[in-house]
Write a protein that binds this ligand. Structure first.
Ligand code: NAP
Length: 180
Protein backbone atom coordinates (compact mmCIF):
# COMPACT_ATOMS: atom_id res chain seq x y z
CA UNK A 1 0.00 0.00 0.00
CA UNK A 2 1.24 3.43 -0.91
CA UNK A 3 2.72 5.48 1.90
CA UNK A 4 3.23 9.21 1.88
CA UNK A 5 6.69 9.96 3.22
CA UNK A 6 8.45 13.19 4.15
CA UNK A 7 12.12 12.22 3.68
CA UNK A 8 14.62 14.96 4.38
CA UNK A 9 17.80 16.05 6.10
CA UNK A 10 17.71 18.48 8.99
CA UNK A 11 20.01 20.40 11.27
CA UNK A 12 19.94 19.42 14.92
CA UNK A 13 17.89 22.56 15.65
CA UNK A 14 15.24 21.67 13.10
CA UNK A 15 15.99 23.59 9.91
CA UNK A 16 16.18 22.15 6.40
CA UNK A 17 17.81 25.21 4.81
CA UNK A 18 19.28 28.54 5.93
CA UNK A 19 17.17 31.71 5.64
CA UNK A 20 18.94 32.27 2.29
CA UNK A 21 17.96 28.74 1.14
CA UNK A 22 21.52 27.47 1.39
CA UNK A 23 22.21 23.75 1.93
CA UNK A 24 25.96 24.18 2.37
CA UNK A 25 25.63 22.88 5.96
CA UNK A 26 24.38 19.61 4.42
CA UNK A 27 26.17 19.10 1.14
CA UNK A 28 29.64 19.26 2.70
CA UNK A 29 28.94 16.29 4.99
CA UNK A 30 29.83 12.62 4.75
CA UNK A 31 26.97 10.18 4.17
CA UNK A 32 26.87 6.85 2.34
CA UNK A 33 23.96 7.03 -0.13
CA UNK A 34 24.09 3.21 -0.35
CA UNK A 35 24.05 2.91 3.45
CA UNK A 36 21.16 2.79 5.95
CA UNK A 37 18.43 5.34 5.12
CA UNK A 38 20.50 6.37 2.07
CA UNK A 39 18.87 7.92 -0.97
CA UNK A 40 19.66 4.94 -3.23
CA UNK A 41 17.25 2.65 -1.36
CA UNK A 42 14.66 5.35 -0.79
CA UNK A 43 14.60 6.24 -4.49
CA UNK A 44 13.43 2.69 -5.33
CA UNK A 45 10.35 3.14 -3.09
CA UNK A 46 8.94 6.26 -4.68
CA UNK A 47 6.56 6.62 -7.61
CA UNK A 48 5.57 10.28 -7.34
CA UNK A 49 7.04 13.45 -5.91
CA UNK A 50 5.57 16.67 -4.49
CA UNK A 51 7.43 19.82 -3.46
CA UNK A 52 6.93 23.51 -2.78
CA UNK A 53 8.07 26.36 -4.98
CA UNK A 54 11.25 27.24 -3.03
CA UNK A 55 12.47 23.66 -3.16
CA UNK A 56 11.80 23.52 -6.91
CA UNK A 57 13.64 26.81 -7.44
CA UNK A 58 16.61 25.51 -5.41
CA UNK A 59 16.80 22.34 -7.51
CA UNK A 60 16.57 24.29 -10.80
CA UNK A 61 19.26 26.73 -9.64
CA UNK A 62 21.62 23.97 -8.60
CA UNK A 63 20.96 21.61 -11.50
CA UNK A 64 19.99 23.96 -14.33
CA UNK A 65 20.77 21.49 -17.14
CA UNK A 66 19.02 18.35 -15.96
CA UNK A 67 16.04 17.04 -14.00
CA UNK A 68 16.72 14.26 -11.51
CA UNK A 69 13.32 12.54 -11.33
CA UNK A 70 11.97 10.17 -13.96
CA UNK A 71 8.66 9.97 -12.06
CA UNK A 72 5.74 12.44 -12.03
CA UNK A 73 6.42 15.53 -9.94
CA UNK A 74 3.96 18.11 -8.61
CA UNK A 75 5.21 21.59 -7.71
CA UNK A 76 2.94 23.71 -5.53
CA UNK A 77 2.86 27.47 -6.03
CA UNK A 78 0.63 30.48 -6.63
CA UNK A 79 3.27 32.07 -8.77
CA UNK A 80 3.03 32.18 -12.54
CA UNK A 81 6.76 32.43 -13.12
CA UNK A 82 7.60 28.77 -12.51
CA UNK A 83 8.10 26.65 -15.58
CA UNK A 84 8.52 22.87 -15.82
CA UNK A 85 11.90 21.58 -16.90
CA UNK A 86 11.56 20.79 -20.63
CA UNK A 87 10.68 17.14 -21.24
CA UNK A 88 10.10 16.33 -17.56
CA UNK A 89 6.74 15.26 -16.13
CA UNK A 90 6.24 18.28 -13.85
CA UNK A 91 2.80 19.56 -12.93
CA UNK A 92 2.60 23.03 -11.43
CA UNK A 93 -0.47 23.68 -9.34
CA UNK A 94 -1.88 25.05 -6.06
CA UNK A 95 -3.79 23.28 -3.27
CA UNK A 96 -5.32 25.92 -1.04
CA UNK A 97 -7.54 23.84 1.22
CA UNK A 98 -7.45 20.43 2.89
CA UNK A 99 -9.99 19.31 0.27
CA UNK A 100 -7.72 20.46 -2.56
CA UNK A 101 -4.76 18.76 -0.90
CA UNK A 102 -6.77 15.55 -0.55
CA UNK A 103 -7.64 15.65 -4.27
CA UNK A 104 -3.99 16.27 -5.11
CA UNK A 105 -2.98 13.41 -2.82
CA UNK A 106 -5.32 11.09 -4.73
CA UNK A 107 -3.54 12.08 -7.96
CA UNK A 108 -0.15 11.50 -6.36
CA UNK A 109 -1.14 8.04 -5.12
CA UNK A 110 -2.59 7.10 -8.51
CA UNK A 111 0.56 8.29 -10.29
CA UNK A 112 2.77 6.41 -7.83
CA UNK A 113 1.34 3.14 -9.16
CA UNK A 114 1.68 1.18 -5.91
CA UNK A 115 4.96 2.79 -4.89
CA UNK A 116 5.27 5.58 -2.31
CA UNK A 117 4.75 9.32 -2.51
CA UNK A 118 7.68 11.54 -1.54
CA UNK A 119 6.94 14.89 0.06
CA UNK A 120 10.33 16.52 -0.62
CA UNK A 121 9.55 19.68 1.36
CA UNK A 122 9.47 22.30 2.58
CA UNK A 123 8.39 21.69 6.11
CA UNK A 124 5.18 23.69 5.93
CA UNK A 125 4.02 21.64 2.95
CA UNK A 126 4.76 18.43 4.88
CA UNK A 127 2.80 20.01 7.74
CA UNK A 128 -0.16 20.66 5.45
CA UNK A 129 -0.18 16.97 4.46
CA UNK A 130 0.08 15.94 8.13
CA UNK A 131 -2.71 18.28 9.18
CA UNK A 132 -4.97 16.90 6.45
CA UNK A 133 -4.26 13.37 7.73
CA UNK A 134 -2.36 12.46 4.57
CA UNK A 135 1.20 11.94 5.88
CA UNK A 136 2.23 8.42 6.95
CA UNK A 137 5.93 8.63 7.64
CA UNK A 138 8.77 11.00 8.44
CA UNK A 139 12.38 10.03 7.73
CA UNK A 140 15.01 12.50 8.93
CA UNK A 141 18.78 12.45 8.61
CA UNK A 142 20.04 14.70 11.37
CA UNK A 143 23.27 16.57 10.68
CA UNK A 144 25.60 17.46 13.57
CA UNK A 145 25.11 21.20 13.22
CA UNK A 146 22.85 24.01 14.41
CA UNK A 147 22.22 27.08 12.24
CA UNK A 148 19.91 29.12 14.46
CA UNK A 149 17.33 30.09 11.83
CA UNK A 150 16.02 29.02 8.45
CA UNK A 151 13.35 26.94 6.73
CA UNK A 152 11.69 24.82 9.42
CA UNK A 153 11.63 21.01 9.40
CA UNK A 154 7.93 20.63 10.35
CA UNK A 155 6.30 23.71 11.87
CA UNK A 156 3.19 21.93 13.19
CA UNK A 157 2.23 19.78 16.18
CA UNK A 158 2.65 16.27 14.78
CA UNK A 159 2.80 13.23 17.06
CA UNK A 160 5.27 10.57 15.93
CA UNK A 161 6.32 7.06 16.87
CA UNK A 162 9.94 6.08 16.21
CA UNK A 163 10.09 2.83 14.23
CA UNK A 164 13.74 2.56 13.22
CA UNK A 165 17.04 4.40 13.41
CA UNK A 166 20.64 4.07 12.28
CA UNK A 167 23.89 5.94 12.03
CA UNK A 168 25.10 6.80 8.53
CA UNK A 169 28.35 8.76 8.22
CA UNK A 170 28.00 11.98 10.18
CA UNK A 171 24.21 11.59 10.42
CA UNK A 172 21.75 9.99 12.81
CA UNK A 173 18.80 8.81 10.70
CA UNK A 174 15.38 8.16 12.21
CA UNK A 175 12.17 6.78 10.74
CA UNK A 176 8.87 7.74 12.41
CA UNK A 177 5.27 6.80 11.77
CA UNK A 178 2.84 9.71 11.98
CA UNK A 179 0.18 9.18 14.64
CA UNK A 180 -3.29 9.82 13.21
N1 NAP B 1 17.44 19.59 3.88
C1 NAP B 1 16.81 18.99 2.89
O1 NAP B 1 16.99 17.78 2.65
C2 NAP B 1 15.78 19.77 2.12
C3 NAP B 1 14.70 19.11 1.55
C4 NAP B 1 13.75 19.85 0.89
C5 NAP B 1 13.90 21.22 0.77
N2 NAP B 1 14.98 21.83 1.29
C6 NAP B 1 15.15 23.29 1.18
O2 NAP B 1 14.32 23.87 2.19
C7 NAP B 1 13.78 25.10 1.72
C8 NAP B 1 12.28 25.02 1.84
O3 NAP B 1 11.73 26.23 1.51
P1 NAP B 1 10.29 26.69 2.06
O4 NAP B 1 10.25 26.53 3.51
O5 NAP B 1 10.05 28.02 1.45
O6 NAP B 1 9.26 25.61 1.47
P2 NAP B 1 8.76 25.16 0.02
O7 NAP B 1 7.61 24.26 0.29
O8 NAP B 1 9.85 24.62 -0.80
O9 NAP B 1 8.22 26.48 -0.68
C9 NAP B 1 7.19 27.24 -0.10
C10 NAP B 1 6.30 27.75 -1.20
O10 NAP B 1 5.59 26.66 -1.80
C11 NAP B 1 4.32 27.09 -2.20
N3 NAP B 1 3.29 26.29 -1.54
C12 NAP B 1 3.40 25.56 -0.39
N4 NAP B 1 2.25 24.96 -0.12
C13 NAP B 1 1.39 25.29 -1.11
C14 NAP B 1 0.04 24.96 -1.40
N5 NAP B 1 -0.67 24.15 -0.60
N6 NAP B 1 -0.53 25.47 -2.53
C15 NAP B 1 0.19 26.31 -3.34
N7 NAP B 1 1.45 26.65 -3.12
C16 NAP B 1 2.04 26.16 -2.01
C17 NAP B 1 4.22 28.56 -1.87
O11 NAP B 1 4.74 29.18 -3.03
P3 NAP B 1 4.21 30.57 -3.64
O12 NAP B 1 4.67 31.60 -2.65
O13 NAP B 1 4.87 30.64 -4.96
O14 NAP B 1 2.74 30.46 -3.74
C18 NAP B 1 5.20 28.70 -0.73
O15 NAP B 1 5.68 30.01 -0.57
C19 NAP B 1 14.29 25.28 0.31
O16 NAP B 1 15.45 26.09 0.32
C20 NAP B 1 14.70 23.88 -0.13
O17 NAP B 1 15.72 23.88 -1.09
C21 NAP B 1 15.90 21.14 1.99
Amino acid sequence: MTRTVYYTATTLDGFIATPEHSLDWLLSRQIDQDGPFGYKDFEKRIGAVVMGASTYRWIRRHEPDSWAYAIPTWVLTHSRDLEPFPGADIRITAADSPEALTTLHGELVAAAGGRDVWVVGGGDLAGQFAEAGLLDELVVSIAPVTIGAGAPLLPRHVELVRTEWAVNGEFVCVRYDVVR
